[in-house]
Design a protein around this ligand. Structure first.
Ligand code: SF4
Length: 394
């Protein structure tokens, strides 16, 4: 479920997010509740095993608005008693009161966007908070009784060194969150960062003010590719020493705290997106909601035509071949890899009959291995995972 509002746009962010007044947030909440009612009526036969409320910054909504949304979810869908229900929060946007309301309403996992424990790096990223503010929010989350917490980190930030990254990892692991996501920074087109670091001059973002441009130009360079790889290896080794198991290329957890929701994406589980621009994958079909705010908020979703037009955009039925390809390249993100048995029961074909040649070639190159019924990437395969995954695409 997507809540698109943020206090301010971070300089590297290409998510569908923007600042919004209380009035806009109210308007959006009402529409989201309307959507929950309409969508849930169409998937009555499903049971929900996980919910992920992301954004944007979901915790920016008022307590009343968020409580109303959570109530609508609980009324609309059949949740399994042990469903994992995650909410993303940003430091500085939660209070003891809001957190206890979230807990009361059934949220049982909190995902916090920290990114770095270095205030200078946080400023370079355009984040609204300092490390101290994160610490206060983290303590509030724990005080409210949440015992399943993720912290999001980003490596390869402008000016970051191996030492400062290690310092971030040290500080965060001392807090003992159950889960850590650590992605390398990607400079996305259309972001202010692309204006500073992107390669293609003609697509640069021209909407920046002079002041913003000056600020960006004063940022230090990005760490080079070798430094980025070193940071990745350091993350893997350091987090292992601290008792975190890497279960996906960029995700680490204490035993039993792997994110069920994300594992669902990587193993071909169906999902329903709710809210502006959210994507769905149901019954072999992919579609998404409109990303246009006014179109979403003004639609009469109870009318079938508006429902189909606004919430079923780019409706596409995947072919068997496309579904098998996705199963492979998403499943290979997981450390344990792709299950040969799972492949056969999902598609009715033996994995070797479909991908035998590619699997053999990847094994010969030392990029993949077969262990206990699973095909997985070797460490060298992880280093060039995009290349390996692309071998499964036609
Ligand atoms: S808080 Fe997250 S979603 Fe919001 S602007 Fe920053 S990176 Fe984007």
């Amino acid at each position: 479920m997507h809540i698109p509002f943020c206090a301010r746009k971070c300089a590297y962010c290409d998510f569908l997010s923007f600042p919004g007044s209380r009035q806009m947030q109210r308007e959006y909440t009402e529409k989201l509740i309307e959507e929950i009612k309409c969508q849930s009526a169409k998937v009555k036969e499903y049971q929900v095993i996980s919910v992920f409320i992301g954004g944007g910054t979901p915790s920016i909504l008022s307590i009343e608005d968020m409580t109303a949304v959570l109530q609508a979810l609980a009324n609309g869908f059949e949740m399994l008693p042990d469903a994992e229900i995650t909410m993303e929060v940003n430091p500085g946007t939660v209070t003891a009161e809001s957190l206890s309301c979230y807990k009361e309403a059934g949220i049982n996992r909190i995902s916090m966007g920290l990114q770095s424990a270095d205030d200078k790096e946080l400023r370079y990223l355009g984040r609204i908070h300092t490390y101290d503010e994160f610490l206060k929010s983290y303590q509030r989350v724990r005080m409210a009784g949440f015992d399943n917490v993720n912290v999001d980190l980003i490596s390869a930030i402008p000016g970051q060194t191996l030492e400062s990254w290690k310092n971030t990892l040290k500080k965060v692991t001392m807090l003992k969150p159950e889960h850590i996501s650590a992605y390398s920074l990607i400079v996305e087109q259309g972001t202010p960062y692309f204006d500073r670091y992107g390669e293609y001059v003609e697509t640069k973002n021209s909407s920046l003010t002079q002041e913003e441009r000056q600020r960006l130009n004063s940022l230090p360079d990005l760490p080079d590719e070798d430094a980025e790889r070193e940071m990745y290896y350091l993350t893997r080794e350091f987090l292992k020493e601290q008792g975190y198991e890497r279960y996906e290329i960029s995700n680490y957890s204490k035993k039993g705290y792997e994110c069920r929701h994300n594992i669902g994406y990587w193993t071909g589980t169906e999902y329903l997106g709710l809210g502006l621009g959210s994507s769905s994958y149901i019954n072999g079909c992919r579609f998404h909601n409109t990303p246009v705010y006014n179109e979403y908020c003004s639609a009469h979703l109870d009318r079938e035509e508006a429902f189909q037009g606004v919430l079923r955009q780019e409706f596409e039925r995947l072919t068997l071949e496309e579904r098998m390809e996705e199963y492979m390249f998403l499943g290979l993100r997981l450390t344990k890899g792709v299950s040969a048995h799972g492949f056969a029961s999902s598609f009715g074909h033996n994995i070797r009959n479909v991908y035998g040649m590619v699997l053999d070639a990847m094994e010969e190159e030392g990029l993949m291995e077969y262990i206990d019924g699973y095909y997985r990437l070797t460490s060298r395969g992880i280093d060039i995972s995009n290349y390996v995954m692309s071998q499964f695409l036609t």
